[in-house]
Design a protein around this ligand. Structure first.
Ligand code: GLA
Length: 410
């Protein structure tokens, strides 16, 4: 009798311990997306938060708008992810090639479609972009034969576009990438030629249909674009719409200073500029080589621009994981180590943006919008002919990458 009781007791205890063990495993798996366990890599489409995920737009509501570049087509495919964003940028729909395909004949239908989608989804729109050397219809470079003609063509395009969208957008990238791709320190010296900081001349190859605005107009093309935008906003009483200069590599100290000169140049002529857009197409390998140096340069730029009373928008953030565009494809899904490192880098960038979302001094501007160039890794402009990239917050299968959890945790 006693023996049977002991036997049953042992069996029962064994059963209870096993049950407890199984329960622990189940609990651990449920928490895995938030843990640092390498077995739960989401690179090839793993994780989904349990229950309703906290939206990025909610988590960052007290800091800045959270945006993504989209197209009229892909807004339909990102149903599950777009609620995270409260700002969108048109990837193509508002660019010159689309909106003024023939001189004086405007077609805003694609941009309007996106604005309608945004308004129906309680989402704001960043206007992008009024003047660029790329993405132009072929008539522009043919018609801009002299400075006077070029300036009046810019004036008409900018005015009509700004007036059409009015305050359906909260800002415009008035000019995109007018600075030289790389600005060398020699270009900033006092005796440097006037064109040294500009995207112009032999050092920059302009492809068919692209245009060297500086060669035709000198710096007046930039002044014209900003002045026309400002006047158009005044005309329609939409002065709240902010006017931005947008470029890449503005974390680089030389390019930062070149950008400051553009701002000063406009202000000397009494022309309004409200902010600087740092595109932020970054490389993970650059960050990993010198994390502190990278973050210092980034923060120095944010501080410098905001100290001028300008707002800063991060306009095209994405983080490539390969070291160069020609590196052959080395994996079919994002390796765990790279996903973790990428999440860390995103987190550091967001930390700086959060810090500067409140003014750091009197008269300082703030970081008021952070946009990624795309929604998820299945659609990114960073893919090359050599490999697929994984630069965004969400994965190829619209899964939640570690970056999402990092942005929630910081
Ligand atoms: C630049 C432009 C964007 C977009 C990207 C593509 O950064 O500003 O509009 O075309 O290139 O990577």
């Amino acid at each position: 009798m006693q023996q049977t009781f002991l036997k049953n007791f042992k069996r029962g205890a064994f059963f209870a311990i096993s049950l407890l063990f199984l329960l622990c495993i189940a609990l651990f798996s449920a928490c895995a997306p938030l843990s640092s366990d390498s077995s739960s890599s989401s690179g090839s489409g793993g994780t989904e938060p349990v229950g309703d995920p906290t939206l990025l737009r909610t988590a960052y509501a007290d800091y800045f708008r959270i945006g993504a570049a989209v197209t009229t087509d892909n807004v339909k495919t990102y149903d599950s992810l777009l609620p995270h964003f409260n700002s969108v940028t048109a990837e193509w729909e508002m660019k010159w090639r689309v909106s003024e395909p023939s001189q004086g004949e405007f077609d805003f239908s694609a941009g309007d479609e996106l604005v309608a989608w945004a308004q129906a989804h309680d989402t704001a729109v960043r206007g992008h972009c009024l003047l660029w050397y790329k993405s132009l219809p072929s008539w522009v470079s043919e018609a801009c034969t002299d400075k006077e003609t070029a300036l009046s063509i810019i004036d008409e395009h900018v005015r009509e576009t700004v007036k059409h969208y009015g305050d359906d957008v909260y800002c415009w990238d008035v000019a995109n990438e007018v600075l030289d791709g790389t600005v060398y320190s020699s270009a900033l010296e006092e005796d440097a030629p006037a064109d040294a900081i500009w995207r112009t001349g032999d050092d920059e190859e302009f492809e068919q249909g692209e245009i060297d605005w500086y060669e035709i107009c000198g710096e007046d093309f930039l002044k014209q674009a900003f002045r026309s935008a400002e006047l158009a906003l005044e005309e329609i009483g939409a002065e709240d719409v902010q006017l931005f200069y947008n470029d890449y590599s503005l974390n680089d100290p030389n390019k930062r200073e070149a950008c400051v000169r553009l701002v000063e140049m406009l202000r000397e002529d009494g022309i309004r500029i409200d902010g600087v857009g740092m595109q932020a197409h970054y490389g993970l390998q650059t960050y990993l080589k010198d994390k502190e140096g990278f973050m210092k340069n980034f923060e120095d730029s944010v501080r410098r621009f905001t100290s001028l009373g300008l707002d800063v928008h991060i306009t095209e953030l994405d983080i490539r994981v390969y070291g160069s565009s020609s590196e052959p494809q080395a994996f079919d899904s994002l390796p765990y180590e790279l996903e973790v490192a990428q999440a860390e880098m995103y987190g550091k960038i967001f930390e700086v943006c959060r810090k500067y979302s409140t003014p750091q001094g009197e008269g300082y501007g703030v970081v008021s919008s952070v946009t990624t160039w795309g929604v998820a890794d299945d659609h990114t402009s960073q893919d090359t002919s050599a490999h697929k990239e994984y630069p965004l917050i969400f994965g190829v299968d619209h899964d939640y990458k570690r970056t999402y959890y990092e942005l929630m945790a910081i």
